[in-house]
Design a protein around this ligand. Sequence first.
Ligand code: NDP
Length: 280
Amino acid sequence: MQTNIINGKEIANQLLTTAAEKMAAAGKPVGLAVVIVGENAASQVYVRNKVNACAKTGISSTRYDLPETLSEAELLAQIHALNADDSVHGILVQLPLPKHIDAEKVLETIAVEKDVDGFHTTHMGRLVADLPSLRPCTPAGCMLLLQSTGVNLAGANAVVVGRSHIVGKPMAIMLINAGATVTVCNSKTKDLAAVCRNADVLVAAVGRANFITKDMIKPGAIVIDVGINRLEDGSITGDVDFAGAQGIAGAITPVPGGVGPMTIAMLVHNTLSAADIVLT
Ligand code: NDP
């Protein structure tokens, strides 16, 4: 069997081109505030990529680089100021935050209509109810990648490995809403390999390099690899044994160049939505 490579970079670039066109047609300024606390190297890269994507589409993004020693109260005050600033349509607080800051509290402080990451409990609740909301970027991007393969999710067996608030859980809800029969796995799941082998659609969001091996993939399955794992040589790899999956999976996302660019494209999408510019 030939395994198709799902080109997330290309699909994301198409979305960004459409976003730029819609921005130009709307003819109004759109502002995104990107808040980063501390010097986490990976976070710095993610924020740079997000800011660059905004620049390509015409969104004016402002970075708030805050020191690691910032208190929770100071960060909350910053969020309140951004909530009140009419030139700011979207607010993104890059995770993880330093341990002394309660991330949940910070995310809940962002004005719902400006929460372009879609993590606020209001957005999560509306997602569960299948109502319009700002959707968490990574799983929303994964859904578009699945759509690009033409797979019929209604009735498909979908397995999501990982249950985090930002990826696994919302991913599972989106698949449920699309009519798939969904199993969500975690670190305690029994016989994970057998569960995965039952998946027509397999989403890996674990954070362990090459964790999903070829014997865990059903022939013909569509595999979405969310993982970003940095190897000792500095290169990046996913959660799935990409080479091993060749000839078994029907389609698979590469890392890099799969889910990562889609996350950024969906952030741009959400920022335009927050500014009442509709993309689709
Ligand atoms: P978390 O660490 O929050 O969650 C990892 C999940 O994997 C947990 O639910 C955990 O289970 C589960 N898990 C861990 N070990 C096992 C195991 N042995 N068997 C089954 N499940 C297991 O990570 P995130 O969800 O935040 O991120 C996951 C990966 O995706 C990371 O590599 C991250 O870098 C990447 N990522 C990529 C993005 C992109 O744009 N491409 C965006 C966001 C994240 P339990 O709950 O029981 O602990």
